[in-house]
Write a protein that binds this ligand. Structure first.
Ligand SMILES: Cc1cc2nc3c(=O)[nH]c(=O)nc-3n(C[C@H](O)[C@H](O)[C@H](O)COP(=O)(O)OP(=O)(O)OC[C@H]3O[C@@H](n4cnc5c(N)ncnc54)[C@H](O)[C@@H]3O)c2cc1C
Ligand code: FES
Length: 341
């Protein structure tokens, strides 16, 4: 244990204590404060905040998330920052409802119940908790420990919190990917056990009456499907549209359920688009499809999830079309492999 320092969050006026050995973000999580975050690894910029007073030491991070000029101006990444003195931090991107809604972090043991192909390169992994528990909100994720290492990978739950003790994931396979290869080559089998830590994430449904625009690609369907399943379970019939991007027709999955949700949720539409082949539906990059199909987006709550370039492009497009930045919620599926100093 290192030295302790006080952190004061502005403009919300919340104070908590952190240990020098932990990041400010982890200190907040430990005390049930759900600060804005994404990757927790200095890559996505979601935890970026302004240091009004005090000093921090930063672990390795990507200069995409925090360019040098922003560091010089006083910005910091709370997921990489260790307090060296007491701190006063201005939160730029925060939501008081989410901030105080933090569920205590925990680690549970889970058994593999199923590993099944959803497409040529996305697998469905189902775990059931066998020791401890893992309550979560739709849209959140957990860190799954890589067996035999201290390493982990983050994966978003696709199922419902009410699905007692089960966690369902959609996992994209990468050639040479440390975790995903375990699913691809059969090294992980039904009956094996894994550690899961969580729940993390702020990609949860905000309680408003505004129309919803979901944009996702690939395995980024997972948290969005959880949110849609939750809307169906709770009878939330806000107008909603989900634009889903894939390369070819064989990369589409769960179409029956998504089409079924259009019947269960009267205000809901599902639009799939293919970027690499022709078919009877929409074609092109998902951002282009949204832009040519939607008018008057300025009143929506947007939820974006998938690979970082897709999320960045969608965020840029929505802001250009007048969507308030604070109404754009996103989860970027960043990977650990591209961290730079
Ligand atoms: C908040 C959060 C939620 C996430 N949720 C999910 C989820 O629900 N489903 C899911 O599949 N993933 C999700 N991810 C990504 C996931 O955590 C892993 O990073 C990803 O699965 C790769 O892990 P790996 O061990 O298989 O590959 P790694 O060993 O980490 O990478 C191996 C190789 O693959 C390459 N590679 C890895 N990812 C990519 C990429 N996106 N594009 C190009 N090359 C790549 C790397 O450059 C490297 O060479 C999430 C990430 C975050 C931060
Ligand atoms: S959560 Fe800090 S950079 Fe992603």
């Amino acid at each position: 244990m290192g030295e302790k320092h006080a952190v004061r969050l502005e403009p919300v006026g919340i104070e908590f204590e952190v240990d020098e050995d932990e990041t400010v973000l982890n200190g907040a999580f430990r005390q049930g404060l759900m600060l804005m975050h994404g990757c927790k690894e200095g890559q996505c910029g979601a935890c970026k905040s302004f240091l009004l007073d005090g000093e921090v030491d930063l672990d390795r991070y990507s200069t995409f998330a925090l360019p040098d000029y922003e560091l010089d101006e006083g910005w910091t990444l709370l997921c990489r920052a260790h307090a060296v003195t007491d701190l006063e931090v201005e939160l730029i991107n925060y939501d008081e409802e989410i901030l105080r809604s933090g569920v205590e972090l925990r680690t549970a043991r889970a058994r593999v119940e199923a590993i099944e192909p959803l497409t040529r390169d996305i697998r469905r992994l189902v775990l059931s908790i066998v020791e401890g528990e893992m309550p979560f909100k739709s849209g959140q994720y957990v860190d799954i420990g890589i067996p035999g290492t201290d390493d982990y990978r983050s994966f978003s739950m696709a199922n419902l919190p009410s699905d007692d003790g089960r966690l369902e994931f959609m996992i994209k396979l990468y050639p040479g990917g440390v975790f995903s290869s375990l699913l691809a080559d059969g090294a992980l089998q039904v009956g094996d056990e894994l550690d899961v830590t969580g729940p993390y994430g702020v990609f949860t449904l905000r309680d408003t009456e505004r129309p919803i625009l979901f944009i996702g690609g690939g395995a980024g369907m997972a948290p969005i499907l959880s949110l849609l399943r939750s809307m169906a379970e709770r009878g939330i019939s806000r107008p909603a549209v989900y634009y889903y991007g894939a390369r070819e027709e064989q990369d589409l999955f769960h179409l029956e359920e998504l089409n079924g949700l259009q019947t269960m949720l009267p205000g809901f539409r599902f639009v799939a688009a293919l970027s690499d082949s022709e078919w009877e539906g929409e074609t092109g990059l998902i951002t282009d499809v949204v832009e040519r199909s939607e008018q008057g987006l300025d009143g929506v709550d947007a939820y974006l999830c998938g690979p970082p370039p897709m999320v960045d492009a969608a965020q840029e497009m929505l802001m250009r079309l007048g969507v308030d930045e604070a109404r754009i919620h996103y989860d970027k599926f960043t990977t650990t492999a591209n961290t730079e100093e």
